[in-house]
Every structure is written in C-alpha cells, then in structure tokens.
Design a binder for this molecule. Structure first.
Ligand SMILES: *Cc1c(COP(=O)(O)O)cnc(C)c1O
Length: 344
C-alpha cells in the first residue's frame, strides 16, 4: 500500500530505530533524561529560543501554548481553518477557557490589517485580546507557506497591542526547506512556537513547545497537569532527535514529489489541482468529474493507494519520508485509471 493520507504515518527508519535502541535514558520528570534534554536544547537552539519542552503531541504543544499566553475569559484571534480551532477537540474552551475569534484567511493567511481590526478595544465591554495564533505551513489550506513579511507585520502589531503571538509550526520545517528562510527567522516573530517531530521528519512521537525560559517553566507545569510528564521518554525523544538532525534537509524531496503529483493529476480529465496553492508536501485534489472525493478515495484504495477525502469534492495527498518518487508515479497511474471512469 502507498499511504499518502498524511505525513503522520511515517515509521522510524532502521537507523532511527538503532539510535533509539541505544538511547541513554533517565526519569524526565526529574529532568534526568539525557535524550530529552538534548532534544529540548537542540530544538531551542535551532529556533533561537531560550528553552523548549518535549510533549507527546502537537495538540498538547499548541494547547499549552494557548494556556501560558492567556488568562480565562481572554480572546484569541486565529484563522478560520486553523488546526488549533478545528482539530483539537475544543481544547481552548476546556483548558484555557478562552474565546476564539476566527478570521477568514486567503490560503490560510490572515493579514495584519485583518488582525488589527479584530483586536478588541481595551474597555470593560470587550474580552481582552491577548493572543494571536498563526499556522505555518497551513495544513487545511494545503501546506501553504505564511509569507514572513506578513508574519512580521502581525508580530509588530501584536507588540504594539500588548498581545502575544503563538506559531503553530507543526510543519515549520517544510516552510524553511521550501523557502530557505531558517526556522529561527520565523520563530523570532513569535512568543511561543510549536514544532512537530512526527510528521514529515518521521519520528514516532512528539512535538516541542519553544519560548522564553520563563514561559517554558510555566509550560512544564501545564504539561504535568495534562498528564504529559513522561519518565524514560528518551526512547522516543531519541527518535525525534535523530529526525531533527537528519531529516530536515530531505524535505525538499517530498516537495518535489508533491509538485510532480500535482502537475500530473491536474492534466487528467475530471481532476483539478490549484497548482499555485501547492507550496510544500500537501496537494489538494479537486474532483470535477462524476464522483465524490469519498468514492475516489475508495477507488484509490482498490488501486493500492490510501488517500483521504477532506471535503465532499476534495482529497488531500501528503508526501513524506515513506513515499518514494516511484510511489508517486504509481499513484499518478492510479489516478489516470480512475479519471477515465469519472470524467463527465
Ligand atoms: C498535525 C498538526 C498538529 C498536531 O497534531 P497532533 O496529532 O496532535 O500531533 C498541529 N498543528 C498542525 C497544523 C498540524 O498539522
């Protein structure tokens, strides 16, 4: 089976497994796990932040990010299709007890002007707008890159408005690999940054929340509250450390594979791809022919390709470590056979 449902499906490589098997471990709640400490230090250094905290998932990382940057009853500004609002099970309401104000972005990007208009005035009638969340790359928009200049304008605005900025950088590695802009040049614009090791980087488990020493100390307590204080976590942190050291530069291969897939399937009758929206490793594939995305997903499975339907007429393909260029050619051939059946 060729699995292009998500970049979360990657499995540890033999070299990564060997590194994990040999990992020196300790009790990380006592902060005695050398692998976790190394991972946190290297991640923080790469992002130009004082400290980082290893957590089991991107959801926990984002939600702790929201929690440490707000107080109950505050308002958080985010893009309408962002992960924090849509795919984290309502956590901002449950944990941080904040209001979410969603803005309609263009390919996942909200402008500084939109944010400026959305920040509440500071008077007794309005909730205090204390946090803006941005997502780079943007998942639901199809792996689109946030232009750094727009992020910078929003960052400046946040400073003026005494509002914090959290960056959901689950796929920040992809943005950097595609643009050549180092991760830290994005990260410097935000107070807290969440990055993920278990997507395109291919580690089995974990994300990190990065920020100032003071914020990460508070985040460590929140992680404990959520049951995310782990003991000999070095076993899994080693996978993340291996991924961080070895798998970032190869992301450009995933991007080339995504581009190849996008251009080839866009040529097929009954299928359309907005090529300008393909920036990294995600391809949104629209079915213009006579089938639903779910039906095409089922047909693709019969062809040996796993791919998810995202919307009634849109599928999402994601390239990653375990998808070769040969696999992409096979997926294209499968789409070509299906195209003959569905073109109207
Ligand atoms: C995957 C993802 C996350 C975190 O997901 P988990 O499954 O909780 O690790 C967060 N933000 C974005 C944009 C993502 O794509």
């Amino acid at each position: 089976m060729i699995d292009i449902r998500s970049d979360t499906v990657t499995k540890p490589t033999p070299a990564m497994r060997a590194f994990m098997a040999n990992a020196d471990v300790g009790d990380d709640v006592y902060r005695e796990d050398p692998m976790v400490r190394a991972l946190e230090e290297e991640t923080a250094a790469l992002l130009g932040k004082e400290a980082a905290l290893y957590v089991p998932s991107g959801t926990m990382s984002n939600q702790i990010g929201v929690w440490v940057n707000t107080r109950e009853g505050d308002e958080v500004i985010c893009e309408r299709d962002c992960h924090i609002y849509n795919y984290e099970a309502g956590a901002p309401a449950l944990l941080s007890r904040v209001l979410m104000k969603t803005l309609q972005g263009a390919r996942g990007v909200i402008s500084a002007a939109q944010v400026e208009e959305a920040v509440n005035p500071s008077n007794i009638h309005a909730a205090a707008t204390t946090l803006v969340c941005l997502e780079n790359t943007h998942n639901k928009a199809g792996g689109t890159i946030y232009p750094r200049e727009e992020m910078e304008r929003i960052s400046d605005l946040c400073k003026r408005a005494d509002t914090r900025l959290h960056l959901d950088g689950a796929r920040l590695w992809n943005a950097s690999a595609a643009t050549g802009i180092p991760e830290r040049d994005y990260a410097e614009l935000a107070d807290t940054v969440s990055v993920c090791f278990s997507k395109g980087l291919g580690a089995p488990v974990g994300s990190a929340l990065c920020g100032s020493q003071e914020v990460i100390e508070r985040a460590r307590r929140k992680r404990k509250i959520l049951g995310g204080g782990m003991r000999q976590a070095g076993i899994i942190a080693a996978g993340a450390l291996y991924a961080l050291r070895n798998h970032r530069t190869r992301l450009v291969e995933d991007h080339a594979n995504a581009r190849r897939l996008a251009e080839a399937v866009n040529e097929l009758p009954g299928i359309r791809v907005d090529l300008e929206g393909v920036h990294t490793n995600i391809v949104m594939i629209e079915i213009t022919g006579n089938a639903t995305a779910q039906q095409v997903s089922t047909m693709m499975k019969e062809e040996g390709v796993l791919i998810n339907a995202m919307r009634p007429k849109v599928l999402r393909a994601v390239t990653h470590l375990d998808v070769s260029s040969g696999d992409v050619e096979k997926a294209i051939e499968a789409f070509a056979r299906i195209s003959r059946k569905i073109r109207s």
